[in-house]
Design a protein around this ligand. Structure first.
Ligand code: FE2
Length: 471
């Protein structure tokens, strides 16, 4: 496959930019900025190494990585981990497939290698090959074959200020919370509009997470910004999935038939994670196929917990209206099949919502001992912020504006512990979901949390300017 971005030789980019940000023409518009120093050219050693789970991550994982074109063969070595520096001795060579992607840095190869037939709950190490040699060894653990407590990280839109701002949130999440076993991304990992050259954005995205993305399996949902605009013959615009997504993520092929690149599920130690593609559903005609697949995938789930991940939220915290197509098609399925958590992004604000009737009604239902669910979350990691809408003060249980956040979820057989932290690691929100015979009971945590952060007019919650803009 070839990317449709305009190619510009590296030297030309340097000549244009000098010591300032160079720019080049990109599909769909005028010049866009380049990363200072043009740091993301493919090399003779692998980079952009991202681990992803198989449908059954107790027995299958996959890795995608990038090299220059001198490394034509897609090669990995895999070994059951040992504690001495002898991983090579019992390592096996596994080959995969390479995908060419040409972009502003010139031609590159993205390689994908699948690790199958793995033993559950076992530590493995792997390394991947570039023309100049092997990467370091990366270590991961397969999932247990049965339900077993674990921790995952949920990130909203990384998208803007990916390296400048989102990176500190991602790094704080990993630094402060040990043994994260999975990362779920609610879409818009990058902007792919006019912020920055697309290849530079994917370079920033990989640099922001660094080796964590190579040792912890990543579960990404595609947002509208994973799509690029394409002109139609009649002059109108359509969208298609950008070239980096299928190259960068070796995902399970078990999704809704027309959108296998961006819909899938994975069963991890008692949780079924179901990933949907709101953009393809709303704009590209796959709503019915995805809704049918969602219903069937929930019906067949034997997991203790079902978590659904996608980008455009059912209940919005920034936009004037909820996402009506998704609300009409998917919300009834979530309710019928008793989905536990719905993890979303897109609105660049924070919202935890348990009842459409609003915060007070939800709180009194809890006080009366009613079961609740699903719990709908919207969050944001990167620097773009939207103003809260007029429903936000009363409908969600907790909200935030102009605040970068990450979420840690601890899974147990009968309890989900959900905690939201601010960029600097302060506890912002939290609840426990306890499974009972009748459904889930939600309890607010009794640990102290930060007071609700919103702008007051033009003043932001940190006392400076309000960086949230109206949507
Ligand atoms: Fe976004």
């Amino acid at each position: 496959m070839r990317c449709r971005f305009a190619l510009l030789p590296l030297a030309a980019g340097l000549a244009i930019g000098g010591s300032s940000l160079p720019a080049h023409a990109q599909e769909g518009g005028g010049p866009v900025p380049r990363s200072p120093g043009l740091p993301y050219a493919p090399k003779n050693l692998p980079d952009r190494i991202v681990l992803t789970p198989g449908a059954d991550p107790a027995r299958e994982m996959a890795v995608a990585f990038r090299t220059d074109t001198a490394q034509a063969a897609s090669q990995a070595q895999l070994a059951v981990s040992v504690d001495g520096p002898t991983l090579e001795e019992k390592a096996v060579l596994i080959t995969g497939k390479a995908m060419p992607v040409d972009s502003s840095y010139g031609p590159a190869l993205y390689h994908q290698v699948r690790f199958t037939g793995l033993a559950p709950d076992t530590a493995y190490a792997y390394r991947v090959k570039g023309a100049a040699g092997w990467s370091e060894w990366y270590q991961f653990r397969t999932a247990a074959a049965e339900a077993k407590p674990f921790r995952f990280l949920y990130l909203g839109d990384v998208q803007n200020g990916i390296l400048t701002y989102a990176s500190r949130v991602i790094r704080q999440a990993f630094h402060a919370n040990g043994d994260i076993r999975l990362v779920v991304h609610a879409g818009d990992l990058v902007a792919q509009r006019d912020d920055l050259d697309h290849d530079d954005e994917w370079g920033e995205w990989n640099q922001a997470g660094g080796y964590n993305y190579a040792i912890v399996p990543q579960v990404p949902a595609a947002g509208n910004h994973e799509y690029v605009d394409v002109p139609k013959r009649d002059g109108s615009e359509s969208r298609k999935l950008g070239p980096y997504w299928p190259a960068q993520f070796a995902l399970p092929s078990n999704g809704a038939a027309p959108v296998r690149a961006t819909t899938y599920y994975t069963d991890y130690q008692g949780v079924r994670f179901i990933v949907l593609d709101g953009t393809a559903a709303i704009d590209l005609g796959s709503m019915k196929a995805q809704t049918d697949w969602l219903d069937a995938t929930l019906a067949s789930s034997k997991a203790n917990w079902n978590v659904v991940l996608f980008h455009q939220p059912v209940f919005t915290c920034a936009r004037p209206n909820d996402t009506k197509e998704i609300k009409a098609a998917w919300k009834p399925v979530f309710e019928k099949r008793k989905v536990d958590l719905v993890l979303q992004g897109h609105d660049h604000c924070y919202s935890r919502l348990t009842g459409e009737a609003g915060r007070e009604a939800s709180a009194s239902a809890r006080a009366d001992g009613s079961v609740q669910g699903p719990v709908y979350l919207v969050s944001v990691t990167g620097s773009k912020m939207y103003r809260l809408n007029d429903r936000a003060p009363n409908q969600p249980d907790k909200i935030a504006e102009a605040t970068e956040l990450y979420q840690i979820v601890d899974v147990e057989p009968k309890r989900l512990r959900f905690r939201t932290y601010s960029a600097s690691g302060k506890l912002y929100d939290g609840f426990n979901l306890d499974r009972t015979a009748g459904g889930n009971r939600l309890t607010e945590i009794d640990e102290p949390t930060l007071a609700t952060r919103t702008c007051a007019g033009e003043v932001g919650p940190d006392g400076g300017r309000c960086v949230a803009t109206g949507k």
